[in-house]
Write a protein that binds this ligand. Structure first.
Ligand code: GTP
Ligand code: IMP
Ligand code: MG
Length: 418
């Protein structure tokens, strides 16, 4: 049995949802350990599209799905997602999971508006303010959501503090009254009480018993609160190490750590992006790749594949392999560029610099590769056009890692497992 971690190697939206769905077939448990409904994971099965923000993407394979303590959970979003699925879901939510309250969304948006041009470009889902409350030790957890007395007490203190900040700092209003919020969240707590379970304990036991646990990361490595392009990052840790603290399991080796790598690069929101393509070519790839946010619908910024970013990502996460996705999107281009290093003043840069000012001044050094024509019908690597095979081989050689999965379309079957 092998346990597996699936991690976004770039800035998110690499196609983790699709790969998790694929791997979930052989998993006993599928666990989400970071982020909240800022994530948008898409799974396409027999032409039917499922979009998950909170539910682990193993849900369609009818696996046991677990929401760990490291998650910021918006119960209204979860309710909607559960409503979308035809089948009953075997879901467990850890009592320590932080709850996104309506004031978190209001604060997220008020803060962004106040920042003006300097905004981060958050998803506006209240994830940042929710984690800020966790760090300040004023958050509301799932074990309080399901307990009317405790919920009332927590909303009592939380509401007033947040109302003051919204009003006095941002000139904004609370989205609802204290009584309305209590009534709504108390009902949600009652509805979700049956999902209450110690995810930390369940996953620890499953690992001890040699079960196959699949850890599903959300967002991407360079949105990591410490190692991403700070401050243009999210407030959780989308890197592999976060499974230990996000789930509450002892540090141990995990057999498979898969970095999901899009065959080019995208990012949503603000922040530096060395290989960004502006203009016609960027628009063309955006349209072909349907690069519009699953959560917010915003157009994603698009650029060439960046090996400096990926080398750093491999090091930060300890990937044992990569899955290369959306190779089909590159079809029809005359030539394809791959960034092999950056140039900063006279220096050659091989690792992503921590200093954002330095990063913004880095220029990409490109290797030019010939384009190719392909569709999504290949069932083996050998059936891909030679130039597409060469592109994958070049990436593997430069990164010193194998692409064991190559995805050539959104559908579950449009995948080459090598
Ligand atoms: P976050 O957690 O939000 O970062 O998302 P994610 O990594 O799960 O990716 P998301 O589903 O947001 O975006 C990937 C998009 O690409 C989805 O619309 C997928 O259906 C689609 N997709 C995945 N793999 C492929 C592929 O190989 N080719 C094409 N054309 N589309 C793909
Ligand atoms: P937040 O997580 O909503 O606070 O947003 C912070 C940054 O992370 C913004 O640039 C968002 O666009 C980005 N972000 C958050 N979640 C995702 C995701 O799932 N995919 C891609 N970008 C994301
Ligand atoms: Mg997404």
């Amino acid at each position: 049995m092998t346990s597996t971690i699936v991690i976004g190697a770039q800035w998110g939206d690499e196609g983790k949802g699709k790969v998790v769905d694929l791997l979930a077939k052989d998993a006993d448990l599928v666990v989400r350990f970071n982020g909240g409904n800022n994530a948008g994971h898409t799974v396409v099965v027999q032409g039917k599209k499922y979009k998950f923000h909170l539910m682990p993407s193993g849900a369609i394979q009818e696996k046991k799905c677990l929401v760990a303590a490291g998650i910021a959970l918006d119960p209204n979003v979860l309710k909607k997602e559960l409503g979308q699925l035809e089948q009953e879901i075997d879901l467990v939510i850890d009592p320590r999971t932080q709850i996104i309250m309506p004031w978190h969304n209001a604060l997220d948006n008020a803060k962004e508006t106040a920042k003006g041009k300097g905004k981060i470009g958050t998803t506006g889902r209240g994830v940042g303010p929710c984690y800020a409350d966790r760090a300040s030790r004023t958050g509301i957890r799932f074990c309080e959501l399901v307990d009317s007395e405790k919920l009332k007490e927590k909303i009592g203190t939380g509401f007033e503090a947040k109302e003051k900040i919204l009003k006095n700092v941002y000139g904004a209003e609370m989205p609802a009254s204290k009584e309305e919020i209590f009534a709504e969240y108390n009902a949600l707590g009652k509805e979700f009480a049956s999902y209450y379970g110690d995810v930390s304990l369940k996953v620890s036991n499953a690992l001890k018993e040699g079960k196959n646990v699949l850890f599903e990361g959300a967002q991407g490595t360079f949105l990591d609160n410490d190692f991403g392009t700070y401050p243009y990052v999210t407030s959780s840790h989308p890197t592999a190490g976060a499974i230990f603290t996000g789930v509450g399991i002892g540090v141990r080796p995990i057999e498979r750590i898969i970095g999901i790598v899009k065959a080019y690069t995208t990012r949503v929101g603000e922040g530096p992006f060395v290989t960004e393509l502006e203009g016609k070519l960027g628009d063309e790839i955006r349209e072909k790749g349907k690069e519009f946010g699953t959560t917010t619908g915003r157009p994603r910024r698009v650029g060439w594949l960046d090996l400096v970013l990926l080398k750093t990502s491999i090091r930060l996460n300890g990937f044992t392999e990569i899955a290369l996705t959306k190779l089909d999107v590159l079809t029809g281009l005359e030539k394809i560029m791959v960034c092999t290093e950056y140039k900063w003043e006279r220096e050659k840069i091989q690792e992503l610099p921590a200093d954002l000012e330095k990063l913004s001044k880095c220029k990409p050094v490109y290797k030019e590769m010939p384009g190719f024509e392909m569709d999504s019908s290949a069932t083996s690597f050998g059936q891909l056009p030679k130039e597409a095979q060469d592109y994958v081989a070049f990436v593997e050689k430069e990164l010193g890692i194998e692409a064991k999965i190559v995805s050539i379309g959104p559908g579950r079957e449009e995948t080459i497992v090598r």
